[in-house]
Each structure stands twice: as C-alpha cells, then as structure tokens.
Design a protein around this ligand. Sequence first.
Ligand SMILES: [Zn+2]
Length: 508
Amino acid sequence: MHKAVTFINRRAKFSLTRSQRLLMSIFCSLSVGLTHAQPMGAPSLGPASADELSPAVERKLGEAIMVEARRDPDFVSDPAINQYLNDMAHHLVAFAPHGGPELDVFGVRDPVVNAFAMPGGFIGVNTGLIVSTKSEAELAGVLAHETAHVVQRHMARGLTQQKQSNAIMLASMAAAILAALAHAGGNAAAGVALFGQAAALDQQLGFSREAEQEADRIGFDMLSQAGYDPTGMVRMFAGMTNAATLNESVRGGVFASTHPLSMQRMTDMQNRARLMKPVPNQSSANYWYVRAKARVIQSRDVKTALLVTEQFQEEARVSDGSNRSAALFGLSLLAFQNKNYPAAEQYLKSAQVNVPASPFLSAQAIDIDLAQGNTNHALVTAQAAIKKWPEQVAILQRLVKVYEVSHKDHELVELLNQYIQRWPDQVPSLYQSLGNAQERMGLRIESRENIATYYRLTGALVAAMNQLQEARKMSNDFYEQSQLDARVQKIREQMTQERRMLERFKAG
Ligand SMILES: [Zn+2]
C-alpha cells in the first residue's frame, strides 16, 4: 500500500498551510478580554470561562477543517506514522493535570520544522520536524508542548499574541460551514476552502507569552511523567532557537518563529530539567523507522532524493542497531519509490540483520512482494505479522490489500468485521474497505451503509446521508427501509444540531 511520492501541486501545498494560518488567526481572535487581564508571567491562566468557544463548536470547526485537510496531497495518510504520533500523544496526555482531551495527531508532508494545534484537538506534525529531531525525547518534547496547548484549551480561550478581536472572521467561517451544510450533495469542506481563499491572510501568529510558558510547564511535566528524557525538550527548543538566530531556516523553521523562546522560558526549562532524576535518553526502534520514513516522504524531487540517499548511506555506515537498520530501511523505501524492487529487497534484507522484528520492516516486505506479484508470499508475511502485531493499523492495512488483490473477499469481510468490533470508531477506513468489498460481492445496500459510516466518522455528514438515501432507494425490505430511515433521521438531527450550534455562535 506504499503510496509513491507524487508531484505536488505547489498551490495545493500552500492551501493547507494557508488554512492553518488562517485558523490560527481566527482562533487567536477569540479573545474575550477576561483571560488577557491575567498578570504577565502568571503561572496559571485559570479555568476557561463559559463565554469562550465551547468544546462542541471547537470540535466541529476542527472536523470541518480536517475534511479538507485529509484531501490535501500533503496530508500524510501513512498509518504507521500517524499511529506512532497518536500513541505518543496519548501516552503524554495520560499525565495531563485534569484528564486528557480528545486528540488526533496527523503528519504533514512539509520539510519546514513545525507542529501546530488546530481547534478540537487536531495536531499536525510536519515531516520536517520529525526529521530534524535527533532523539525520540526531542520529538516527544515538541509534541508535549503542542498537546499542552490543547489540554489547556489555549486556542478556544483566545490566548494568542494578536489580541484584537476579529469576530467577523470567525462568524464567516461558521457561515461558510452552514452554507455548505445547507446544500444537498455539498460538503462542509467546500465552504471552508472557499472561505480560505476569500480571506487572503498572511499573518504571523502565535500564542501569548503566558500561554507559551504554561504549555512549556505542563508539557514538561507530561513529558517527564511519561518517562521521556526531559532534557529532550530543552535540547530541541534550544536547537531550534539557535538555528532561527543563525537563519538556518530548516532546523529553525516556523515553529521557532511562532514560538519565540525567551531567555526566561529557556532558563525555566533548564531549571526544571536539573531538578529531575536523569533519565536515559533512549529512542525506540519505531522512532528511527518513523524518522526514516518521514525523510523519504518529504523528498519530492530527484535532487533531494539523491541527497537523502547519501545521508542514509552515511548513517548506515557510521551507526548501529535500530539507527542503522532505519537508514537501510530508508534506502529500501527510496528504491521502492524508484520501482527498483530487487534493490528495495536487498536493502530490506540488510535492514533486518541484528535487529528485532519490526512491523515497519514487515510492512515493507509485504509491499515489495505485492509490487512484484508475489501475492502468496505477501499473504504468509501479512498473516504472520498481524498475529504478532494485532494493534498495528499499517499491518492490518497490508493484510486488507493482500486479500483484495488475491480476491479473498470473504476472508476480507471477516477480518474487517473483527477489527470493527475491536475499534468501532477509531479507524474510519475499515468501513470504506468493507463497503468496497461488499460492493464487489453484490451487497449494494450493506456497502452503502458502511461507506456512510466512513463518511460520518470523517465528518462528511452530507455525503453520509447521500449514501444512506441511495441504499434506501435500493431496498425492498420494509424492516431494512425503516432502519435506514432511522439512520438518515439521526444524521439529519445531528446536522440540525450542528447548524443551530454554529448559528448561535455566528450570532454571538
Ligand atoms: Zn507553543
């Protein structure tokens, strides 16, 4: 299921970035005055007030943006990377002071060093940030800081540098989503995209100094309690700030410019780290594989690919263990991208020497087998891998693919149903695969029902309703018809509820 790096439309690339920046600017404008009355340098910003953006509105706006983001060519759909980032964020947030909020972390194909929190707990992590880290603790340090912004609801509370309220913009966004919801067959994303284009904003935004200090403090506590080396956060931030000062845009990146690190913040972090018992700075094997993969994903052109090849070759020469294995894995990924499957296989074999088995390496073995038409061998590897790593979405996705190409639709449906029971809402694509399999098997109504669930779980309610209405037209069974009617009604109610929520917000 390896997706070759395609030529990226530059405008499309920037559309995501623009909408992110736009959102940052929108959410920085939600200032209600109260929070800014907080004295400078106060350690705690106090509880959120009732006047602020409600979690429900915040989540809805976030979901609407995500419908658009998931279609962006730079959205990293690689389940191995996203699952790794989500596992890390959930591990961190388990140590949040007042319990963890809903979180959804995703990768963005972009060499710029950046990570950003969007409304509703959606956090984007650029591949450039992953690649620039030198250890897992550094990556966890940045993610802990971003997660802390979500935990403390800084965005909804309008704790940003730009204090001027801009309610008009926020209302426009709500209006755009409302307009899209009102058009049958339309989609919330279309409204948001239009809005993004209409508002040609290019503001440099960030959270307030107080919010940054709070994110540092809470992030640091989560990081150390989660068992990561807390000096990782200090190193990462210091490295980025130095790079920004030296004008090395690659390591400094956007994160450094939206997170200006004052001497005070740096000293605070160093002091906190000094008080901690030293923790060995060990990175998991998965970290090295994710980092190698991120490096490959972001090398879009021949020149960069050559440079990355040299970097991997050098790392394979000088390092050992998982680090060396990851460099060889990276070379295998690059060869695969160039459709040089024998070389991909050769590098993979070298990557497997003297390291424990890894879902990353097994997934790559399956991809190579599938690309070369060795379906039977791919099946054996995938079935063994799913037994070994039943929680790995990337492995499940491979097994789904193997079943698809070998026309084992019955086995496929059984597998998907089993996993849907295990993860009812977590992996929407399971419903999509199930729907597609059922369509092939001639189960056209069931197919539409599952595709509808896929759409509902990804926030595309109109598309979900269309699927259910199509299924309703196909059905001749009274019982089935009334069940479908009930589902359509439920989605309609949800849409009405969301519309009311946004309208109230728009009016306010
Ligand atoms: Zn921050």
